[in-house]
Ligand binder design. Structure first.
Ligand SMILES: C[S@@+](CC[C@H](N)C(=O)[O-])C[C@H]1O[C@@H](n2cnc3c(N)ncnc32)[C@H](O)[C@@H]1O
Length: 386
């Protein structure tokens, strides 16, 4: 992308940028309500901040984040929380606009730096056990930190969740360029994509966590397969990694993928559930897509959940872990209520054995709940009919 195009990008917010903003705010609102209710220290790091406001007046991610944090702080009962927003923007001119747009807010710090260079320093200064939300929204895969997993290992105490706008199509293009193909050079609208100036085989190996990507880059569905590599790499440090394709329904193409990483089962369920319910409510049906990005018939896909349930001879699986397995392997195609309704039917049909703790309600009734949290546990196994 030429320098002028970088600034052109912020002249007017495009529909695709609006979708990722929705996703960010839909998640941040309930996530922050939860974190603010109990945390001592919280940091939100926006690694590719931009100027904060587009020239058409639309808010960019930093101001969206600021507004949600302000609202959460006003409504929380936890007055002891120490919270900070850290915005990183590499371009000097955009950084100046960012600082101006953030105003004189004591809990916001802006850095005119490259996120890959400054992230270690930022993380090293945070208090023990702080909660951190890291938002990475690069152009293409340009600037995506390759040292992310190392940095997370260095601060295992921090509770870091990451939301990444992974430009899987851009990644595919970069892979092909590394393999010597010029086929895709003019493919992207220059306003939405910056080629990776640091591209190298080694860097791609780090981003995808494997050196075998050339084997898939030239095959069918390469974009999808590369996104699986990207997510599997993140799974080396994160228990739950959700891969959410965002599709252009006009020309059937995947635009990008939002990837959410968390070690907290409830956080991951919150992300999945919230995304799909809000998308349906707002008539943005992004997620009745499977992992490959195909529109699916939800009712015919839900029964696949049975494949992830161990049989009675094995260890039963917890309900929330089962839901996440389904979302990770099949995609966020529907909300968890729909899946639970299917499981309820299976329980009635005697196809499942369910262990619930506590086994009885306070009034002595046998528990029948279908949710976890607040001391409730649901364990599931599949009955083998002989
Ligand atoms: C896609 S835009 C981000 C838009 C922003 N999230 C929003 O919603 O308004 C990417 C931004 O990251 C900046 N940038 C590019 N590489 C960077 C890097 N390595 N470190 C920090 N900022 C970078 C670009 O100048 C650009 O402003």
């Amino acid at each position: 992308m030429k320098k002028n195009s970088l600034y052109d990008f912020f002249s007017k917010k495009r529909p695709w940028s609006k979708i990722k903003d929705h996703l960010l705010s839909w998640y941040l609102t309930p996530y922050l309500a939860k974190v603010f209710s109990g945390a001592r220290n919280f940091y939100l790091i926006d690694g590719f901040a931009g100027p904060g406001v587009f020239e058409d007046g639309e808010k960019g991610s930093p101001l969206i984040e600021k507004e949600i944090v302000e609202k959460t702080n006003l409504s929380t009962k936890n007055k002891n929380i120490n919270f900070n927003l850290i915005f990183v923007e590499r371009d000097k001119k955009l950084f100046e606009r960012l600082k101006h747009n953030c105003g004189d807010t004591p809990w916001i710090k802006c850095y005119n730096e490259s996120i890959e260079r400054i992230l270690r320093q930022i993380l090293s200064q945070l208090e023990q056990n702080a909660f951190v939300f890291l938002y990475l929204d690069p152009f293409g895969i340009n600037g995506l930190p390759t040292n992310l997993l190392d940095l997370i290992s260095e601060r295992k105490d921090l509770k870091i969740e990451i939301l990444i706008n992974f430009n899987s199509v851009g990644c595919y293009r970069e892979c092909m360029r590394l393999l010597g193909s010029k086929q895709f050079d003019d493919y992207f609208s220059e306003n939405e994509y910056i080629g990776d100036p640091d591209r190298s085989i080694g860097r791609m190996n780090s981003i995808l966590g494997t050196s075998t990507w050339p084997n898939v880059a030239r095959t069918k569905n390469a974009e999808y397969k590369l996104s699986l590599y990207f997510c599997d790499n993140l799974r080396k440090k994160y228990k739950y990694v959700l891969n959410m394709p965002v599709r252009d329904f006009n020309n059937e193409e995947i635009k990008y993928r939002m990837v959410h990483c968390s070690n907290n089962c409830d956080g991951a369920i919150l992300m999945a559930d919230n995304m799909i319910s809000k998308a349906i409510f707002n008539k943005i049906s992004l997620f009745s897509l499977d992992l490959e990005g195909n529109i699916v018939d939800v009712d015919s896909v839900i029964p696949k959940i049975m494949d992830f349930i161990p049989s009675t001879t094995e260890k039963p699986i917890r309900l929330n872990q089962l839901l996440l397995k389904f979302y990770e392997k099949i995609g966020i195609v529907c909300n968890s209520t729909k899946i639970k309704n299917y499981l309820k039917l299976k329980e009635k049909n005697n196809d499942l054995i369910i262990y619930r703790y506590p086994e009885k309600s306070p009034t002595g009734k046998t528990s029948e709940f279908w949710s976890e949290g607040n001391g409730k546990v649901v364990l599931i196994a599949k009955k083998m009919h002989l």
